[in-house]
Design a binder for this molecule. Structure first.
Ligand code: FES
Ligand code: MG
Length: 574
């Protein structure tokens, strides 16, 4: 068997090259016996103190390492780039593709037969899955797990979600700055990623729903001993997967993506999952379109009552039984395909067969769901978004889902922030805030700025929501009636670039439309007069990004990264 393994091209080599490959590794104290042809397993860790959600992943790597040794493999931990959502500017999303490139190349360039991917914060999970799909070596993901529930003054507070709430309380004068400082520490009180159903929790669930991590793996809190137990299990399992040659191309099928989209609807997952799943599908050579998300999610009720749409947090979801319970309920209702194979080697139905619901308040049933089918994330089209736009209905206000109002337009989010506290701002609760220049190319990087806080004038008057339309993204922890990912973005001349203050816009979510009430002749005149903004990027990574990033409706990957490039052993280095 050893001869057919990739790693044998390095560690099984004779002569000078083999000596080099083995000798330098032995400076770490590995005995000669580890080069006997056993599977070499890379443990890719995105641990970083600059990505606080991933800061503990070295401990998770230790647990994986144990599992690999115990199963007869040779584990080698290596660091990858890390994209921390909370610190990186202009946005971690600018670097998702860079991280995906880096992880892909590291796996291919090294003597690995399989890989365990350790991720956590929002973008690190899709970046690693994109890489794994392109390399197509056996791969298991272990996400780092959510933080413990935030606790402030006897109440559960959710990461992200309560940042927006506290900001509103502060602006409305109901909370002091001192109280806010104190609450900061209460919100993030353990290792782990955001513990709301934000993008990190969503993508952890997506990795599990796609079949790329072990059942139950998405929800164990980062500090729970069972997080490390399941990491050890993943280490054992990857060794078997190498023997079985179970690769992402067998797991990441069209059916698996359909299942993941349905699970995303059932958990009330982040809108960002749409972009990331499209990008992963692009790597896995699976045809998937934006419209599929609406069509597949429409029949699925939201079962999980988690912030930002609901009340609970990831710890509660975990103790209720976690994602397998949701999958099992969807299977029972005929809403999930039982067949797609997971990293367990079994089909989904067998993977989650034993799941039991320990708290029906947190995980509701398809018979009496938290929110009925058809109220999940909707895909809108119309003359304002010919390539599509999305809105998370469960995080929106029902009375605004059908709404016509006058646009108040800002070319940049900074332009809005400069006036948002102005008591004389010409704005009513019916106004539609249009924020543009926040797309993949325009910002650049498509940041999570779309759910801007309401103007102070309205907040003080007790208004809690208004329609906002933007070509950027929204944090998965955010909420509000916010139309996101408007495509094409304004920076490439999408119709969003042509809206003027005072224009009427109609949002009609039940009919899935977004309409700028301006006649075609006038729009043609405006298009004629429109000039593309200068791209100030003349070199460096951001230049590469702005020249190659695609629009949100196909996943905002680089065009040249689509598809599988495989894991053929590269030419010798010496
Ligand atoms: Fe890292 Fe939310 S900031 S998951
Ligand atoms: Mg986020």
């Amino acid at each position: 068997m050893a001869g057919v393994r990739r790693s044998a091209a390095w560690f099984g080599a004779s002569g000078r090259a083999g000596m080099i490959y083995r000798s330098w590794m032995r400076n770490q104290g590995f005995g000669a016996g580890v080069f006997d042809g056993r599977p070499v397993i890379g443990i890719a860790t995105s641990a970083s103190e600059l990505a606080p959600c991933n800061a503990h992943l070295d401990r998770v790597a230790d647990a994986v390492r144990r599992g690999v040794w115990a199963a007869g493999g040779f584990p080698l931990v290596f660091p990858t780039m890390s994209t921390g959502e909370s610190l990186m500017r202009p946005t971690a999303m600018l670097y998702r593709n860079l991280m995906a490139m880096e992880v892909e190349e590291l796996i291919r360039a090294n003597p690995l037969d399989g890989v365990v991917l350790l991720s956590g914060c929002d973008k690190t999970t899709p970046a690693m899955l994109m890489a794994a799909a392109s390399v197509d070596l056996p791969a298991v993901m272990v996400t780092g797990g959510p933080m413990l529930n935030g606790k402030y003054r006897g109440q559960d507070v959710g990461s992200g979600t309560h940042v927006w709430k506290f900001e509103e309380e502060l602006k409305a004068g109901r909370m002091t700055q001192e109280e806010c400082y104190f609450a900061e520490g209460c919100m993030a009180r353990s290792n782990g990623h955001c513990m709301t159903m934000g993008t990190a929790s969503t993508m952890a669930c997506m990795a599990e729903a796609l079949g790329m991590q072990l059942p139950g793996s998405a929800t164990w809190p980062a500090v729970d001993a069972r997080r490390f137990e399941i990491a050890q299990d993943a280490g054992g399992r990857i060794v078997e997967m190498v023997e079985e040659d179970l690769r992402p191309s067998r797991i990441l099928t069209r059916e698996a993506f359909e299942n993941a989209i349905r699970v995303n609807a059932a958990i009330g997952g982040s809108t960002n999952a749409i972009i990331h799943l499209l990008a992963i599908a692009g790597r896995a050579e699976v045809p998937l379109r934006l419209g599929d998300f609406d069509a597949l999610a429409r029949e699925v009720p939201t079962l999980v009552d988690l912030m930002p749409s609901g009340r609970f947090l990831m710890e509660d979801f975990c103790y209720a039984g976690g994602l397998p319970v949701v999958q099992r309920q969807l299977l029972d209702a005929g809403l999930l395909n039982p067949a797609p194979v997971t990293v367990t080697g079994l089909g989904v139905a067998d993977t989650v067969a034993g799941a039991e619901n320990w708290n029906p308040e947190v995980i509701t049933s398809t018979g009496e769901p938290f929110q009925p089918a058809g109220t999940g994330t909707a895909v809108l089209t119309g003359n304002l978004a010919p390539g599509g736009a999305v809105i998370k209905q469960s995080a929106a206000s029902p009375h605004l889902l059908t709404h016509t109002g006058q646009a108040l337009v800002f070319d940049t989010v900074e332009d809005y922030h400069a006036v948002s506290d102005d008591p004389d701002l010409d704005v009513t609760p019916d106004t539609i805030l249009v924020i543009r220049g926040a797309g993949p190319k325009g910002y650049p990087g498509m940041p999570e700025v779309s759910n801007v806080a309401l103007p102070a004038k309205l907040l003080k008057a007790g208004v809690t929501d208004m329609v906002r339309i933007c070509d950027g993204r929204m944090s998965g922890t955010g909420y509000g009636t916010v139309v996101l990912h408007v495509t094409p973005e304004s920076a490439v001349g999408g119709p969003l670039a042509l809206v003027q203050t005072g224009d009427e816009i109609t949002l009609d979510v039940p009919n899935r439309s977004l309409t700028l009430q301006v006649d075609e002749a006038e729009l043609a005149r405006r298009q004629e007069a429109w000039k593309a903004p200068d791209n100030p990027q003349t070199s460096g990574y951001t230049w590469l990004y702005t020249h190659h990033v695609e629009q949100a409706d196909t996943g905002a990957d680089f065009g040249f990264l689509h598809g599988r490039r495989g894991h053929a052993v590269p030419r010798d280095s010496h």
